[in-house]
Design a protein around this ligand. Structure first.
Ligand code: 2HG
Ligand code: ZN
Length: 472
């Protein structure tokens, strides 16, 4: 990329629309997990869709690779540029307008650079709920949520990002605009192009805005931490709660004892809410929409009866909003606590929920055979059949022993998940990290179709090159 070209790109966005000093570029060169380090001469920060179009037109004409980035909180290196410095980074963070807010139709149109927490707050300001809920919601951006089809802790009730969107505005690699923001619940007019760009990790175009669905905002929540003997007990409890509540369970997160211990060790002032240790815990939540205290009391009584009948080892129901927040902080602090504990090997797998208990047993046996020193920290979205089957090292220098087994551990877990016809990447995507796994485990016809789509939409191969499919 020569200097004249960089100048032309700078000109499109104006004086405040780019970074080119090393200290400003730095945060864009490393992924959230510190697995990848890239290089770039320029981070462009367009202010509107017209600027994105002009950037894409120019880059397409000259074959310059473009790496879109949101909050850079992804787990697979999808937003890190290549190490050779040949790609420019396109940060969406200045495009953060809420373009429209329509509580009556349950719709909000937001730009891709909106921080997720701001989208949630905009919805709350008109007494509506935007239900996507992630540990990183204070920094991740809507465009990244869309591009990775983010999941999180409310999928059980509301679905993944794909389910929360009615329309998109997308700048294609050649600068054309696909404007499909119409807030229609029903629109059967041919192929669903919108779904191509969701989860495409910026390899097919740049999402610049989205029409999001809003939901009724619960007046309160029934939130509980429940101690159970094993994952099977958790699966059975979930099934009963779903029936009783009419599928209103929004969160059902499984946590092993070790996860709670790591949180209490590394994330002060959080402490164990129970008086004694238990092997497994569930954080569960149900939104309650009735405001009448008597109705609320009756609902609580019924839910408590379901919990009692399931005979868990122990239960703490959040008595107020402060306690609820503490329970949530415990769950959401697990990734940070695991990071502080030392190295870990991560897996983001999914199977049908009822098969999770058997999977956990079998996968754990495999890990123990390969790396007896590994500590299994299997936690996550049990209600979605999605677990972060992570393995922490024993700590200190011995962590290196675990790393020596990393490839074998991953192969064994992913082979097992293939035998279950499950997914090796349930909610974190492919990026750079899982490209080889994609070729190994995904149906070859599906991979071939993905390649054809990529070639059709991005013949110049400029959109986030090398992500998802290395050879396209
Ligand atoms: C979560 O559920 C995130 O907390 C992170 O998806 C999972 O750190 C992980 O493996
Ligand atoms: Zn997760």
């Amino acid at each position: 990329m020569n200097c004249a070209m960089l100048d032309r790109l700078r000109e499109i966005v104006g004086a405040h629309g780019y970074y080119d000093r090393q200290e400003d570029l730095e945060p864009f060169l490393i992924d959230h997990r510190g697995l990848y380090r890239g290089a770039t001469p320029l981070v462009l920060r367009p202010d509107d869709t017209a600027q994105v179009r002009a950037i894409m037109r120019l880059c397409n004409e000259h074959g310059i690779g473009v790496v879109p980035v949101g909050g850079n909180t992804g787990y697979c290196g999808a937003a890190t540029p290549s190490a050779d410095g040949s790609q420019i980074v396109l940060s969406m963070s200045r495009m953060r307008r809420i373009r429209s807010l329509d509580p009556q139709n349950g719709i909000l149109i937001a730009e891709a650079g909106c921080v997720l927490a701001d989208v949630q707050a905009a919805a709350a300001s008109v007494d509506r709920l935007f239900p996507l809920s992630l540990g990183s919601e204070g920094s991740c951006q809507l465009g990244g949520n869309l591009s990775t089809n983010a999941g999180g802790t409310a999928v059980l009730r509301y679905g993944m990002m794909r389910d929360l969107v009615l329309g998109l505005e997308v700048v294609l690699p050649d600068g054309r605009l696909l404007e499909e923001l119409a807030p229609l619940r029903k629109n059967n007019t041919g192929y669903d192009l919108r779904d191509l760009f969701i989860g495409a990790e910026g390899t097919l175009g740049v999402i610049t805005a989205a029409t999001c669905k809003l939901y009724a905002r619960p007046a309160g929540h029934f939130t509980a931490l429940v101690a159970v003997a094993d994952p099977q007990a958790a699966v059975e409890l979930l099934s009963k709660l779903r029936s009783t509540s009419g599928d209103a369970v929004s969160t059902f997160e499984l946590m092993p004892r070790i996860a709670l211990e790591l949180v209490c060790r590394h994330i002060p002032p959080l402490t164990d809410p129970f008086a004694q240790a238990y092997p497994w815990y569930v954080l569960l939540e149900i939104g309650i929409h009735w405001r009448d205290p008597e109705v609320r009391a009756a609902i609580d009584t019924e839910l408590l009866a379901v919990l009692d009948a399931a005979a868990p080892l122990d239960t703490v129901v959040a008595a107020n909003e402060t306690q609820r927040e503490i329970f949530w902080r415990i769950r959401e602090s697990i990734p940070a606590a695991q990071r502080r504990e030392g190295v870990s090997i991560k897996h983001d797998i999914s199977v049908p929920t009822s098969e999770l208990p058997r999977f956990i047993t079998e996968a754990s046996e495999r890990i123990t055979r390969i790396a007896p020193e590994g500590r299994i920290v299997a936690y996550g979205h049990l209600g979605d059949g999605n677990l972060h089957f992570n393995v922490s090292g024993p700590g200190g220098n011995a962590d290196d022993d675990l790393l020596r087994h990393a490839a074998d551990i991953q192969r064994s877990v992913h082979d097992l998940i293939a035998a279950y016809a499950g997914s090796f990447s349930a909610e974190h995507g492919i990026g750079q990290l899982k490209r080889d796994e994609l070729l190994r485990y995904k149906n070859p016809v599906a991979v071939e179709l993905m390649r054809s789509l990529k070639r059709t939409l991005d013949p110049g191969r400029i959109m986030n090159p090398g992500k998802i499919l290395q050879d396209c």
